[in-house]
Design a protein around this ligand. Sequence first.
Ligand SMILES: NC(=O)c1ccc[n+]([C@@H]2O[C@H](COP(=O)([O-])OP(=O)(O)OC[C@H]3O[C@@H](n4cnc5c(N)ncnc54)[C@H](OP(=O)(O)O)[C@@H]3O)[C@@H](O)[C@H]2O)c1
Length: 244
Amino acid sequence: MMNTIIITGATSGIGLELAKHYLDQSENLVLIGRRSLEDLDSAIFKEGNYLQLDLSKSGGSSILTEHLNKKGISRIDLLIHCAAIGKYQEVKEVCRNELKELIQINLKSPIKITHSLLPKLSRSSGKIVFISSVMSNMPCREFASYAASKAALDSFARSLRIELEGQCSVLVFQPGGTSTGMHQKAGVPAQTVEGYKLKSPRSVAEKIVEAISTDLNLGSDSLGNKLVAFAGRRIAGLLSVATK
Ligand SMILES: NC(=O)c1ccc[n+]([C@@H]2O[C@H](COP(=O)([O-])OP(=O)(O)OC[C@H]3O[C@@H](n4cnc5c(N)ncnc54)[C@H](OP(=O)(O)O)[C@@H]3O)[C@@H](O)[C@H]2O)c1
């Protein structure tokens, strides 16, 4: 049984499956989402385990730290950064505010939260998990800002891992296409999504749990996606042609 587990983006998709998995596995589970408690499944989300926090606004890391301090939580065993949004649009079409929101949620917020919680994580030799994407390695038409936010997060985690060696584990997990509400929220046309074979969020969450328990860095949900990520890093030009 872990002392404290924190999951951002716990209200839907992969984060929700992780929330269900860890529901009875810690003394303090802190599930973070932007929606109000009344709108969520009361079998999972309760006053005692839910923090409503809009991560598109700055100041989220201070609110979270204050929340934990009020609850007397001084140690964190597991922090999973799962919250993110996508924006399916060519760069020239994306409006400034949407770009700002995406960078705030996908990149600034996990970096600032990690920074604020480092003392509590170090006390427990905790694990910090960044849910990235296979897209962070690839040229991605109409998903440039999303892919860039994930690549920057990978880079942050890569450096953090060596800084925290012997104190905390830092893991990056890169899922491939998963059947969640993310694509619709990002504005991906339904017929585009239909063309892809998507994994279930539960199966992806199971792989994440496995990666966490074995300290596996750079895990993905399938060998195919690991190969795509590898190819993206080595032969990006060919992949750009293939995705035209
Ligand atoms: N789906 C895929 O194909 C795929 C592939 C690779 C990587 N991923 C990554 O997997 C992770 C989970 O994504 P998912 O597919 O499960 O998508 P999802 O179902 O849309 O989940 C995203 C979560 O982030 C939350 N969120 C969004 N904006 C927020 C804000 N301003 N403040 C607080 N929370 C906010 C969402 O809240 P609401 O429930 O209120 O929307 C939701 O709980 C993400 O990091 C994503 O980049 C997904």
